[in-house]
Structures are given as C-alpha cells and as structure tokens.
Design a protein around this ligand. Structure first.
Ligand code: ZN
Length: 439
C-alpha cells in the first residue's frame, strides 16, 4: 500500500523541533575535524540513532590527505591593559577557522594584515578558514578596526593542530531494496545558522519521519559529513557500495526566506531530478531550477567523473546567494520554522514520489481497453482530482510499455504525481496494467 508520508507529520511541531536543534547546535565551534564536529554529532544522536565513524589524519583519500585534527580553547587580541578587543568567547567566527596556535606581542602594523573585515557590511564578522594552509588570523566587524589605536597588542590563539581523526555521522535505514537513496549534509561550519544548521535540521527530521514509515522500498542513508574532505573520505572508503546508490540529494541553506532552489545532477535527467522537480511543482511553492555547475556543496564530489552518482542539491537561494552568507549575520534570526517545514515537506514529497514510482505494462495494448465495463469511471466518484485521474489513466495506458516509469509519464502528462499514482493503483487493481521489475 501507498504510504502518505505527508499525513504522518504535523508540520508545525517539525518546524519547532528543527529550530530547537539549530539553537542547541549554534554555539558550538565546529570545523572539518575536532571536538566541535564530535559534539554536534553527539547531539544529533539524541534525535536519531547516528553512527559515528572516524579515520586518522594522514589517511590518503583519493587525491586528498585527511588533515591534522584542529581544536581550539580560546583566542583573543588584547590591548596593553589586558582588555580583549577581539574575543573568540564572544563569537567563534572571530578566529580564522583552523588557525595554528600563536601567542605573542605584535606591533599594530604586523597585526593588521592578519585581520579580516567586510567594509561593505561594517557590522558583520566574516567567516574565514585556512584548512589546508598553515596560517592564522582574526575576523572582526569593520567598524571595530578604528578602535585599534594602540601601538602593540597581545595575540593569543590557544589551538591545537595535531594528528587525530576526521569524524562523520551516518544513519542507514534499510528498505526492501538494496538500492540506496542518500541525503547528505555538511556539519563543519561554526556559529552560522542557515549554512549549515538548516540542512542538519531538515536531514534529522526527515530521517526521523522515514524511520517511522511502516514500509520502505528504498534503503535510505543519511550522511552528516564535514564539507568536501568528509564527503571525499566517505566516498573513498565506500567504493564498494557506490554501485547500489540509486540517487541522492545534498541538503543546504534550507531555513531562510528565499525561494526553494533545486540544482540538478550533471545531466539533469535522473530519477532524483524528476522527483524533486515534480515535488516542487506539486508543492505550489515558488521555486527555481538550476543546472549543475562544478561549484557549490558536495554535489561536486558525488557528480565528479570517477564517481558520477546522480546527486542533486536542494537549497533556498543559490550557493552563496544571499548577502549574509558566511558572515555573523547568518545567525538564528535568519531561520524560520515555516521555511524549514516547507523544505522538509518538499523532501518528503520527493521521497513519496520515489517510493511510489513504478514501471507498468499495459496488458491491453491493442486500442484502448474498455474502462466502463471494469467500473473504472465509477470508482473515481468522490475524488476531488477526478478529472486529473481520468486523464492520468489514458496517459498510463498509452505510455506504460514496461520501460517508462510513472514519474516520466507524469512529466509528459503534466499532471500532479498523486493523480497519476491513484490512476496506476486503480488500473493495477483491475489488472489492466501490471507492474514490471523496477528499479
Ligand atoms: Zn558554507
């Protein structure tokens, strides 16, 4: 039987849960490795039974090497009276993420090249990283630069960059088929909200709902990975499962007030592309579709030539497509429970389409079968989408050739997927069409 996933949640409760998780995770100083990621995964583990995996620094993963682990306890720039003029404890964005340890007195002219600001947004602290170059620095509000009037400052970054581990989280939900659909989200940003706590929240809630489904056709795998290196490490260590991955979706930037945006897989003609476009269309929400391009989030890795997994990306706005992106202004006030719920809803609809998608064969292909004598018109009686289901039946009869899927037929017919699925259920019940092996 068809499971109506969308009926099984009350959206407002889901929205509140996603907001609470974001609030809980916001203060943690995350990075691509270290205790910030571990603590984040531990807290996600309170919502879903997450498995964490680690691989050591120095491990070769394709063309990359897992970097030393970074941890930080404190960082500041202090004036000669010991007053902290830049303080990591006030906001963890103040320190360039992955800064090497340093403690020394510096002249202001030596210090200035190590300070990053945004002159066009003088109230915002920028987010900067130096993952793969041994460097250090501070980020501050541009308007605070003018207060640095002393000739010398004490600079301290109490961090460690040492052999350790790279950590990711994984939650696999087995289904009837070994074919897997993956949801992937990055977990490496410090105190930024839309990027990446919104993706984490939606992934978590989606996993919780899919786990409660009485029956799953596909196997679902949720990956909570540090951006780029985490995904590369996962792919390098899971080459044996790649052939069973049917498709996937990267979740990012899903909580702010901008139109939903689906970024296609490399060729834009995969099941995930049709699923997402169909669910966005059926949602009635304003949305945009963009073609694949080799920058953005981890869809880059999944779609790379040696991997070529059909993985799209769902966002609200494009990558880096809003002014607050990668600044302290991407804070919890950017997130809205309603927008998170809409994003979740589109993911659930896509899963619903994926789960219900089938390939059928018309058993009566010589002219149209007689529907009236099988009571197929009467059985549409009370349905609000009676017209659509009737049209869907004719499309199904015409195009069910054992090759085309329901989803492809739906796109061709330009009808809602729910009407097509209802028509398929009716025709199948009356043995007018029969299901073929799929996927
Ligand atoms: Zn980012």
């Amino acid at each position: 039987m068809v499971v109506q996933l969308s009926d099984s949640i009350t959206a407002s409760a889901a929205g509140q849960r996603m907001m609470r998780l974001a609030e809980d995770l916001f203060p943690i100083c995350r990075s691509i490795t270290g205790d910030g990621v571990r603590e984040t995964l531990r807290r996600i583990g309170r919502c879903i039974p997450l498995e964490t995996h680690e691989i050591p620094s120095g491990t070769q993963v394709f063309d990359w090497v897992v970097p030393p682990e970074w941890n930080i306890r404190d960082a500041y720039v202090a004036d000669p009276r010991g007053h902290r003029v830049i303080d990591f404890r006030e906001n963890n964005l103040h320190v360039v993420n992955y800064s090497i340890p340093i403690r020394k007195q510096m002249r202001i002219d030596e210090l200035l090249p190590k300070l990053h600001t945004l002159s066009e947004h003088p109230e915002w602290i920028p987010y900067r990283t130096s993952y793969y170059a041994e460097d250090w620095g501070f980020c501050l509000r541009h308007r605070d630069l003018e207060y640095l009037s002393e000739s010398h400052y004490e600079v301290c970054i109490d961090s460690t960059l040492a052999p350790g581990k790279l950590t990711w989280g994984e939650y696999r939900l087995p289904g009837e088929s070994q074919q897997e659909f993956i949801f992937s989200t990055h977990v490496c940003h410090p105190s930024l909200a839309n990027d990446n706590l919104a993706g984490i929240g939606v992934a978590c809630e989606l996993a919780r709902i899919l786990a409660a489904m009485p029956r799953r056709r596909f196997t679902y795998r949720f990956l909570f990975v540090p951006g780029t290196i985490g995904t590369i490490a996962w792919l390098a260590t899971h080459q044996d499962v790649l052939s069973s991955i049917y498709g996937g979706l990267v979740l990012a930037l899903l909580g702010h007030d901008m139109p939903l945006t689906y970024k296609e897989t490399l060729n834009g003609q995969q099941a995930v592309d049709f699923c997402l476009k169909q669910s966005l269309c059926d949602s009635g929400l304003p949305h945009e579709i963009m073609q694949f391009e080799p920058y953005g989030y981890d869809e880059r890795q999944y779609n790379s030539p040696g991997i070529r997994l059909p993985v799209g990306c769902l966002m609200r706005s494009r990558y880096a497509g809003y002014p607050e992106y990668h600044t302290s202004a991407d804070n919890l006030s950017r997130l809205s429970p309603l927008r998170l719920e809409e994003s979740l809803h589109v993911c659930l609809q896509a899963v619903e389409v994926l789960e219900q998608n089938r390939v059928y064969r018309n058993r009566f292909p010589y002219c149209e079968p007689q529907l009236g004598k099988r009571n197929l018109y009467q059985s549409l009686g009370g349905r609000a989408d009676r017209q659509e289901v009737q049209q869907a039946m004719l499309w199904l009869l015409n195009l069910s050739d054992g090759q085309r899927s329901l989803l492809e037929i739906t796109q061709r017919a330009k009808l809602p997927f729910a009407s097509m699925a209802a028509a398929a259920a009716l025709l199948s019940e009356k043995s007018v069409i029969e299901e073929c092996v799929f996927p």
